[in-house]
Design a protein around this ligand. Structure first.
Ligand code: FAD
Ligand code: NAD
Length: 404
């Protein structure tokens, strides 16, 4: 009898966790496991703010997929997925077509621009390794250009960060440490540089603990970072961004760099599948299957689930994506055995937000942490993600051990 094919799209936290668990449980004769990803590496999306600011190199935030998969059990195909036809059970990619018996969609997130004019064209987004490298090179090039210009355009040295959610704040934390270094390297007076965070909501890190937010804002402001709160970005141009400062009042901020970190959506390929979605996120059944499609599982940022205890959606996080990957693998194995699937219940440990590599805030298992303790915790969380997917070997190779 033909072995069933399990086709996994995306080697992010969700997809790769699914594959790693499947290869642990299944023997070579039980199923064909196929993984498609556009790169031959996995990147730690949760470290992309560090790569974007240049704290870590692109190399440091990624590892080869071949380091964590068992080639005897998993057929890895490096290709870009171009279409998903769930009716005919065929996926189209840059290298051909792929059929499946079970499909796992783990194609991750994209930056959400909410249709704001000019953002797609003029803002940079912390979306993947290549985009992170581009942001780093762009900012450094602005500093280098300013230093050789005869007629100096100081707006080159203005960096606007749109959004004071976790991504925006973590990126600002890195900039707080990097900007003084660039000033020295490119002979730029520190007071010429402006780093401004623009947030639409009336507070930084909306929904997070007030005391921890105050700590974060004070720490970032002490490094020269400015905040404009309750002032949504309404337009971006080649020159900078327009923000709404009052009922009918607007201000234009000229800036050489605009980094958009104001929210995420699922992968746009989801919207072409015919599966109902909102911002390319599918409200999955409790066992992670797409409603009405018993052979399609969705994990990570393309999946949407409600936390019934508080009647609010679970946030799209790596923490949840990895747990979903494990559960998805277990459910596929159950189906192969003719057994029932199990509901996914996230085990939330809390959140830690870095403020550079030496500072952070965290709310972990009911304990509030700041400073070095929180920073230590963040690095342990980062190392844990490596351990969960690649074991001790990968953790020792790529882990963060500058913990004191
Ligand atoms: P992703 O990690 O986005 O992976 C998707 C994969 O699919 C990638 O390998 C990509 O290359 C591949 N892919 C995409 N499109 C295609 C295609 N067409 N064809 C082939 N392959 C494709 N969460 C936390 O829990 N803790 C944190 O500390 C944290 N920090 C973060 C910091 C930053 C700067 C950012 C941006 C996010 C952070 N998050 C954090 C959120 C977390 O990164 C995401 O929730 C997580 O990456 C989602 O995992 P995923 O598996 O759904 O997708
Ligand atoms: P987010 O949705 O959490 O935050 C986006 C912020 O942008 C919000 O504060 C929002 O009010 C603001 N915003 C929206 N429109 C705006 C506008 N027009 N102008 C100015 N501001 C605007 O998005 P994120 O920070 O990218 O995070 C995405 C997901 O990744 C979240 O689930 C987050 O928890 C997770 N994440 C976690 C960590 C961590 O745990 N350390 C780090 C980064 C991201």
């Amino acid at each position: 009898m033909k072995r069933p094919t399990i086709l996994v799209l995306g080697a992010g936290y969700g997809g790769l966790s699914t594959v790693v668990r499947l290869q642990k449980i299944l023997g070579t004769d039980q199923a064909d496991i196929v993984l498609i990803n556009q790169n031959d590496y996995h990147y730690e999306s949760t470290w992309l703010h560090e790569a974007s600011a240049g704290t870590l190199s692109p190399e440091e935030v990624r590892y080869n997929i071949s380091d964590v998969i068992d080639a005897q059990k998993v057929d890895f195909i490096q290709a870009t997925v171009e279409g998903i036809n769930i009716n005919d059970k065929v996926v189209t990619s840059s290298v051909g077509t792929h059929t499946y018996d079970y499909l796992v969609i783990g194609l991750g997130f994209e930056g959400e621009t909410f249709g704001i004019p000019g953002l797609e064209e003029h803002a940079l987004s912390i979306a993947n390794v290549k985009a992170a490298r581009h942001i780093r090179e762009h900012m450094r090039s602005q500093f280098a250009t300013w230093s050789v210009e005869e007629e100096k355009d100081d707006s080159r040295l203005t960096i606007v960060v749109g959004g004071a959610g976790f991504t925006g704040i973590e990126f600002l934390g890195e900039l707080g440490n990097r900007v003084p270094e660039w000033c020295e390297e490119y002979d730029v007076p520190f007071e010429k540089v402006r780093v401004l965070c623009v947030e639409a909501a009336p507070m930084v890190l909306p929904g997070f603990d007030d005391e921890l937010v105050t700590y974060a804002v004070n720490q970032l402001e002490s490094k020269g970072i400015e905040f404009s709160i309750g002032t949504p970005v309404v337009e971006a141009t080649e020159e900078g961004v327009k923000i709404k400062t009052g009922e009918d009042e607007f201000e234009f901020i000229k800036a050489g760099t605009v980094v958009w970190a104001a929210g995420v959506r699922g992968n746009r390929l989801i919207e072409e599948t015919g599966i109902e979605s909102n911002r390319a996120r599918v409200r999955v059944d409790k066992d992670l299957r797409a409603p009405g499609h018993d052979d399609v599982f969705i994990v990570g940022d393309c999946a949407f689930m409600i936390n019934e205890a508080i009647d609010r959606p679970y946030p799209p996080t790596a923490q949840i994506a990895m747990q979903q990957g494990d559960q998805c693998a277990d459910n596929i194995v159950a189906l192969l055995k003719g057994e029932r699937t199990t509901d996914f219940v996230p085990d939330l440990k809390g959140s830690v937000c870095s403020l550079g590599s030496d500072d952070a805030i965290g709310d972990v298992m009911g304990r509030k942490l700041t400073g070095k303790k929180a920073s230590f915790m963040k690095k342990m969380v980062d190392n844990r993600a490596l351990y969960m997917i690649g074991g001790l070997g990968l953790t020792l190779k790529k882990g963060k051990f500058d913990v004191l």
